[in-house]
Design a protein around this ligand. Structure first.
Ligand SMILES: Nc1ncnc2c1ncn2[C@@H]1O[C@H](COP(=O)(O)OP(=O)(O)OP(=O)(O)O)[C@@H](O)[C@H]1O
Ligand SMILES: [Mg+2]
Length: 266
């Protein structure tokens, strides 16, 4: 049964914990306690040191992993498995090399047995939205990293999911391409009004994109701090507000990175 008082939130995590049993028999406590409400249409960035559990959290929202304790819901319903209401974009470019840009994007639509006319129309819109017009018939090996990620984003959007889950999608791109991708993803968010959960290591990427930033602590992680990003859009990385927030978050993040380095040495 849906709890009607909680429906204004798209994704809700309450006291979520996650531990793993490693191959050598040890227990890895990845997430200690994460409580987070994500509003419909909100863009939330998850930031934290390497190994703190950001991907683990995202994978639980995706339904690939289950929390060890606590509850995780989407539209008030407990998340038990993956579903087409969540689109995922990873750091690696997971495209079909034998399919063109258009064919990659429409893969999910073919599975859903959507008619060719409807597929064509949807693909045309998505290709424009992600800035790939003119590359419809190109194969992935002929594309740059940024363009491949544009295809991945369009493909994730093709299912018309409510929530977009992105795990360091720009992590492998050069700084210049990354800046363009950030600006364009802001436009995608504005145009689609979907809910975004975006994992990143990069403070400036998080500030450039998000309505709110959740800073994860060292493992076993909690959300150490949340930052509402009120820097006016379009966000200028050199503006005083941007730089001030960046410094504040970096100082807090560095403390957690340091803690993780001690953990990893143990
Ligand atoms: N399937 C698994 N089995 C065992 N341990 C795991 C598993 N998945 C994740 N872990 C451990 O859980 C912790 C959190 O991993 P996770 O990949 O979520 O971190 P992360 O914050 O995404 O790191 P990064 O920024 O480097 O991607 C790590 O110690 C990792 O080794
Ligand atoms: Mg990760």
């Amino acid at each position: 049964m849906k709890d009607m008082t909680e429906l204004q939130f798209k994704v809700q995590a309450k006291g979520v914990k996650k531990h793993f049993h490693s191959q050598d028999g040890r227990v890895v406590h990845a997430i200690d306690n994460v409580t987070l409400d994500v509003g419909e249409g909100e863009f939330v960035a998850l930031l934290g040191p390497s190994g703190c559990g950001k991907s683990t959290f995202l994978f639980m929202v995706a339904g690939f992993e289950q929390p060890s304790a606590g509850t995780l819901t989407l539209d008030g319903e407990e998340i038990r498995e993956p579903g087409p209401n969540r689109g995922i974009v990873f750091q690696e470019y997971v495209l079909f090399p034998w399919r063109t840009v258009k064919k990659n994007i429409e893969f999910g639509l073919e599975i859903k047995k959507i008619s060719k006319a409807e597929r064509d129309e949807k693909c045309r819109d998505l290709i424009h939205l992600v800035g790939l017009a003119g590359f419809e018939d190109a194969y992935p090996h002929t594309l740059s990293g940024g363009m491949k990620q544009r295809v991945s984003i369009a493909r994730a959007l093709a299912y018309d999911p409510d929530v977009l889950l992105m795990d360091e999608p720009f992590g492998a791109l050069d700084a210049q391409t990354r800046r363009r991708m950030i600006a364009d993803l802001v436009k995608v968010h504005e145009a689609t009004k979907k809910t975004f959960l975006f994992v990143t290591h990069s403070v400036d990427e998080a500030i450039g994109l998000a309505d709110r930033i959740c800073l994860f602590s060292a493992r076993p992680s909690i959300i150490k701090q949340e930052y509402k990003v009120s820097v006016p859009r379009p966000r200028n990385v050199t503006s005083d507000e941007f730089v001030q927030l960046e410094r504040e978050i970096l100082e807090s993040l560095d403390v957690e990175v340091e803690k993780m380095m001690h953990l990893d040495r143990k």
